[in-house]
Design a binder for this molecule. Structure first.
Ligand SMILES: [Zn+2]
Length: 155
């Protein structure tokens, strides 16, 4: 009887490089909270490498956070969030309020105002200067506060 448990599960064609609170995949930086499954499964013409809107509106400091409103609605039908209409700003269109906000799901505990560009992250980590970077809520909390409790989708 042949034993077939020689499956080398190690071989990973799709390499993900983790750095601080980010990861690099396919030459794009993603926030660590962005599901890697999604990063590996962008539908054609969506996501930061294939959609300019995703790349621009869905990223902060060059770190990808989520899809643009077009992709989120028309391609993913809300399964990957409501979509960004501006940098750091999710769509609040009536049609999408029934979808889960990414600020309630994978970005729940992320302060997007604290996101550093990869250059700043590297400088920051190298100098290891503990907590000089504490600028708490001096701006932009309004963005995060605009949650809508109704029309919640439980999957
Ligand atoms: Zn897009």
């Amino acid at each position: 009887m042949a034993h077939n448990d020689q499956m080398s599960v190690e071989e990973e064609e799709e390499y993900i490089f983790y750095y601080d609170d980010k990861y690099l995949y396919n030459e794009k930086w993603y926030h660590i909270s962005f599901p890697t499954d999604w990063a590996k499964s962008h539908e054609e013409s969506t996501g930061p490498t294939m959609c300019e809107n995703c790349d621009h509106f869905g990223s902060i400091e060059g770190i990808f956070l989520g899809y643009c409103a077009n992709c989120a609605n028309y391609i993913y039908n809300g399964e990957r969030g409501r979509g960004f209409i501006d940098v750091g700003q999710e769509s609040t269109d009536e049609n999408v309020l029934c979808f889960d906000s990414i600020f309630d799901t994978y970005l729940k505990d992320v302060d997007i105002n604290q996101i550093l560009s990869i250059d700043d992250t590297i400088i920051h980590t190298n100098y290891n200067s503990d907590d000089e970077y504490v600028n708490d809520n001096d701006m932009g909390n309004s963005i995060i506060d605009c949650h809508f409790e109704n029309g919640y989708n439980d999957f």
